[in-house]
Write a protein that binds this ligand. Structure first.
Ligand code: HEC
Length: 111
């Protein structure tokens, strides 16, 4: 009895921890103004994060490539080029550190 309670508490805290990371990443995306152009589900000025995730699913270079776009804008990367508009580099956006770019790339890939 005691063991299963402890186990339940452990499972709950692990689940909370994972959900916490996803929430933190979404908050980061808002802070970095990603959501001004992107939406998770809907295409607008920029492709939706769901569409991007579906394209990159299973590709080994996905994380590194998305990190580069997130830090340097879409002109710095080979593509795909989704829209007529380009994603600007950091001269026109809040700075994103390498660690933040990694978090954001992983989060985008799980949408
Ligand atoms: C000013 C508008 C704008 C902002 C702000 C912006 N993006 Fe983008 N983003 C775009 C556009 C437009 C594209 C499509 C570019 C293209 O087709 O070449 C894009 C493309 C992308 C891609 C796709 C890369 C690929 O190769 O498939 C990712 C990932 C991405 N953005 C993530 C982010 C994240 C994370 C942020 C916040 C740090 C962000 N974007 C902020 C406009 C924006």
């Amino acid at each position: 009895m005691k063991t299963s309670l402890t186990l339940a508490a452990l499972v709950a805290s692990v689940a909370l921890g994972l959900a916490g990371t996803a929430v933190a990443s979404e908050k980061l995306a808002q802070e970095k103004q990603c959501m001004g152009c992107h939406d998770i589900k809907k295409d607008g000025a920029a492709p939706s994060f769901k569409k991007i995730a579906a394209f990159w699913k299973g590709r080994q270079d996905a994380e590194a490539s998305l990190m580069r776009t997130i830090q340097q804008g879409s002109v710095a990367t080979g593509g795909p080029h989704w829209a007529k508009a380009r994603m600007p580099d950091q001269a026109e956006r809040p700075l994103v550190s390498e660690a933040e770019a990694r978090l954001l790339a992983r989060w985008v890939l799980t949408q």
